[in-house]
Design a protein around this ligand. Sequence first.
Ligand code: PLP
Length: 374
Amino acid sequence: MEEVRALGKSSEKPISLMRGEPDLPTPDHIVNAAHDALRNGRTAYPNNQGEPNLRQAVARSMERDHGLHYRWEDEILITSGATFGIYSALSATIDPGDEVLIPEPSYDAYRGVVELLGGTVAPLRSKCTAGRYSFDQQAFASSVSPRTRAILINTPWNPTGTVFQLTELESLARFAAQAGLIVISDEIYEKLLYDDHQHHNAAGVSADARQRTILINSLSKSYAMTGWRIGYCAGPVDLLRGMALVLQQSSRGPATFVQDAAAVALDGPQDCLVQMRSEYARRRREVEQALDVPGIQVYSPEAGFFSMVDVHAISNDSNQIRRVLLQEHGVVVMHGAAYGPAAEGMLRISFASGGSNLTEGLRRLRAGLQSQIS
Ligand SMILES: Cc1ncc(COP(=O)(O)O)c(C=O)c1O
């Protein structure tokens, strides 16, 4: 961002294909629900664990969408976005010196939280076959140590776009059981699926997995509600109790009227999801078509709004390619190495923002890649 800001002063404004911030508006019926809640005086302190109406709506949606049963009274916690869910889950599970396994390439904000809490990140190697990343089963055993306490996964997976298959989650659950690990599963892209890909919850694969898994979710991406800061977690009582204490001593939960609107989002009509999904699917095709450049390979995601683009044909130094794209072509993308060495030689392109931003950004990106490949 600093590089972008510095450049902003000296040249034409760069176009960003970097952020995972939906440009679609929050659906009207959700906005109206927040207005109504405000007018009805829903402005007092919320219940620290989350307002009962929202916890009940979360429990209903998990049952409806995934057949998962969580008690709203003590197995669900309402948080300020998935970000606070991840923070409270890690706070409640790790002590200074503990290790957290994180599959690589990994969402860049995970590492900071682990380190803030005095823990260390142990990267879990992944393998990439024809652009699809998955766990490297061999890597499980070699990456665990006596200090490993938890494994933090993300399905659908930012930045790779992989949706873990049931068999993949089953082997992860077996590994977690053998090593005695807590599984923290960030599933915030679960509703943005393409083609016939299906989302599976890490907690749903077995009774043992349910007892050792904390599910993290939020309405940021699925209902275009990033600025509302509203999310939820589900997990067994003993883990949830610790997380609720962390929340009680810090954020005290999202605003009461925001919680009411979130309950309406989860309980209300879901056709807005279908519309958003089809818009993102259209943009995903636009990325594929615009970057159809000899030597460059676009890997379309199974879910989410990031495409990985293989630029090994230019060089293995994705950060250098990114810099040239920014400085000489005015387009901002993320270099794969920002997510760990497993994504070196790749760029991550966001299509969370569409319209002329995407079209012009892709035009510049195509020109920038073509000029570097020749
Ligand atoms: C994998 C992942 N987890 C969590 C977040 C943050 O979500 P929230 O807005 O709900 O805090 C993001 C945002 O980009 C993300 O990509």
